[in-house]
Design a protein around this ligand. Sequence first.
Ligand SMILES: *[C@@H]1O[C@H](CO)[C@@H](O)[C@H](O)[C@H]1NC(C)=O
Ligand SMILES: *[C@@H]1O[C@H](CO)[C@@H](O)[C@H](O)[C@H]1NC(C)=O
Ligand SMILES: *[C@@H]1O[C@H](CO)[C@@H](O)[C@H](O)[C@H]1NC(C)=O
Ligand SMILES: *[C@@H]1O[C@H](CO)[C@@H](O)[C@H](O)[C@H]1NC(C)=O
Length: 956
Amino acid sequence: MSAMIWRLLLIIFIQISITSSQNSDRVALQALRDSWQDTLLNWNDDTDLCDWVGVTCTNFRVTSLILSSMGLSGGLPGDIGQFTELQILDLSYNKDMRGSLTPAIGNLRKLTNLILVGCNFNGPIPDSIGNLERLRYLSLNSNGFTGSIPPSLGNLKNLYWLDLSANKLTGSLPASEGTQPGLDMLTHAKHFHFGDNQLSGDIPSGLFNSNMSLIHLLFENNRLTGKIPTTLALVHPLEVVRLDRNMLSGDVPSNINSLTNVTEMYLSLNRFTGPVPNLTGMNRLNYLDLSNNGFDQSNIPSWFSTLQSLTTLKMKFTNLVGELPASFFSIPQLQNVDLSNNRINGSLDISSNPSTQLELVDLQTNLITDFTQRNQYDIGLILVGNPICTESGVTYKFCSLPTNTSGRSYSTQSNNCVPPSCGPNLVSSPNCQCAYPFTGLFSFKAPSFSSVTNSTIYDSLQKLLMTFFKNASLPVDSVSLRNPTRNMEDYLVLRLEVFPYGELSFNRTGIIGVSFALSNQTFKPKSDFNTYTFIAENYNNFFPGSTPRGANKKLSNTGIIIGSAIGGCVFVILLVLAGMYALRQKGRAKQIVQQSQPFALWDATSGSGGVPQLKGARSFTFEDLSKCTGNFSDITKIGAGGYGMVYKGTLPNGQLIAIKRAQHGSTQGGLEFKTEIELLSRVHHKNVVGLIGFCFDKGEQMLVYEYIVNGTLKDSLSGRSGIRLDWMRRLKIALGAARGLQYLHDLADPPIIHRDVKTNNILLDQRLVAKVADFGLSKPLSDANRTHVTTQVKGTMGYMDPEYYMTQQLTEKSDVYSFGVVMLELITARNPIEKGKYIVREVKQAMNRNKELYNLYQLLDPTIGLNSQLKGLERFVDLSLKCVEESGNQRPAMSEVVKELESIMAMVGLNPGSESSSSTSASYEGTRNSDYNHPYSNDSLFAYSGGFLPPKLVPK
Ligand SMILES: *[C@@H]1O[C@H](CO)[C@@H](O)[C@H](O)[C@H]1NC(C)=O
Ligand SMILES: *[C@@H]1O[C@H](CO)[C@@H](O)[C@H](O)[C@H]1NC(C)=O
Ligand SMILES: *[C@@H]1O[C@H](CO)[C@@H](O)[C@H](O)[C@H]1NC(C)=O
Ligand SMILES: *[C@@H]1O[C@H](CO)[C@@H](O)[C@H](O)[C@H]1NC(C)=O
């Protein structure tokens, strides 16, 4: 028994020590949730994040995020880069997800599957995807991506699937060249799906080589020019080649028929010239389309009758002359022949043992004079525009165009039952149950057949799907397919309906299961269908109904009740076991239980209100923090102020922390303290220093922050930290800090005005990423006071907005003013007020827009690298002066500041996505002063408060 307790406790202990990296996952998930304004997922802060819908953990870290078809809207914030253990990310079919794909995606080094099908993302595909060396499956199709295909994709050595189709990509196909990578390096890739873009330029001959494993090459519907490179024939495994709907020209290379494994080939709608290609030997060809090209006049090629696997032959407008051999129609699987608009002459003979599957023979506008057919098969034959119709005077059936065949369209039949009439939006399943099906469209891009009426084919697909869902234990009752049609691109489009098992509708987990099977191509149809794209329609009827966050969670759902009852039991058992152990081990277990129940110490009786509502912050006991700091020993002291001391500590998991400990007499009321930590715990952004936790125990009030190793921006500008900041680094720092402030203004909930933006409050991490710190003076804005709040004026001289100073009306624009001063300080490294001179006035006076660098040489900090090119500096100065406009109305919003800084960075040639220094760690100039002041030590932080200044919530 005791061994078992030991083991259990060990498990609990391990779980606790892992909490911290899990914490960063939690924080990032919360940030995602916030940016998605999500009402469907119901991610609930009271539950373990590993139980959140769509989240899977391994060893307490998030390893997969599958949120396809969840009705999410908004962008994908840079926080996604925090999931360093993530392997699968699928956000497909969230049509309201928009914005550009954050370059932070390149941090997910463990990612194997990145799937963003059918969203509304735009902007360029970030280069940084090329960092994801473990990536095997990359689907970005059906979005609005622009720009060219990044050559860095060539670094994805393990890639098996690459789908970029149906975007707005431009530019040419990147082949490797010198040190630049290219797609030809993807030797494990089996799928290049680039169709439906605006790709242009010649197909580089370096794009193909004999080491490649490609089976599907889909380049259709682009603007590619030039010849097909002869190197294409080196890719022997190829099975599907779609080069149709481009502007390719010249001869089709004569070695193309060495691709003997090709089953579907589309070269139609190009500008090929020269002889009709000799396809002798391509004996596996099922589907061949050479239509609409400028080939030389040619007799019916002899290979026509030798390709015994053909189901479909399309060669309209290809300059064919001569008679069709009778043997041609006896190809056993032949279904569809379109040789219209040529000069085929003589007599048409379909009499010698024609294919039983023959559905349509279109020979309109040729020179056929006679027709022989022994057996009266029901073939759709079109001879309109041939002499046989125009000259004989007899009206044959085949001399008029067939009326539409939509009446024969396929639809999965009911399973021996009578479909009931269902309510609105409900659909009767093949098992005659009314339900809300999950629906969407399949597009098969190169099926081996052309029939849209042969139900055998679709019935078998339907059965395959059903078997798949059953084997995958997904809650699917039945599957129905309907309305197969060929669309403009010659894709076979088919509507799918998947019906829930035992319920009216799917729950979220069920939808994720079904939809991931299709977005990830886990479901593989049999080879006849080849590859597909599936685009889901919105699912609006989740079971048990969507409850917005914060709404009453007591749903009458037995599953939930039973689930939480079991969970509760397990917890009780653990508590009992822990209690027993505690009796023997003198309180050690108590501590563990307290840690796993972070609010247990919250003292509800002392007028401090209920347990704080925290997002990701944890509660520490006094002993915890005492242990981290060697009983708050002097060596760990890194700063002091009117409010008390700052200590540096190390958590048991190795994480460095900074602890602000209020001294006796400086503590605030419990309610204020609670309000403050609640506010701080809601703030999660890469460019904002994060609160890790707090301590409200034994009469102490402490705040625990992440420790930011490189100190304040002020330290670096003044040379105290030993870190040299060149122009590029300063630009990145400005952008990072601006993003942090923008987050506080626009995305934090409630929005926060910092009120004390200055270089002392901008910290630099080990990669010199800027983080906005200290909200001691911050103001949350309630909705009622969205425009401004009237307050007692607080802030730091030199950075303070004069308008705010005079009117006492605080708006976000006051932070913008201070940020403008920070920007000037960034380039000059001068204090805002130095020897009675105000930096804003100094810059304005020295400035001359007609001179190089606006004539600011004298004022610029020499360490910025004066002898290098300070590209973009003028725009930077312009921006900072806009920020310090006298009237708040004329200052830009932080979001506009961010945009302009991004644009300056792009102009300078830096990737605006990465604000971290290009080298992995900061480099130091000279010896680093080991005891320079730590950011948290700064007195002025609390100059106006003498303690933790509680951010006052604005009364409603
Ligand atoms: C061609 O296909 C066959 C059967 O599918 C396969 O065994 C063979 O390896 C393929 N050839 C190449 C060069 O991949
Ligand atoms: C087509 O190629 C085959 C085999 O490579 C050859 O035997 C045949 O003569 C060629 N036909 C034409 C018309 O060139
Ligand atoms: C069909 O056309 C070819 C080439 O133009 C010609 O040589 C042949 O005589 C024609 N045959 C008939 C039956 O008109
Ligand atoms: C329908 O397709 C199946 C499988 O491809 C084939 O065996 C059957 O002959 C076809 N039926 C018709 C009427 O063409």
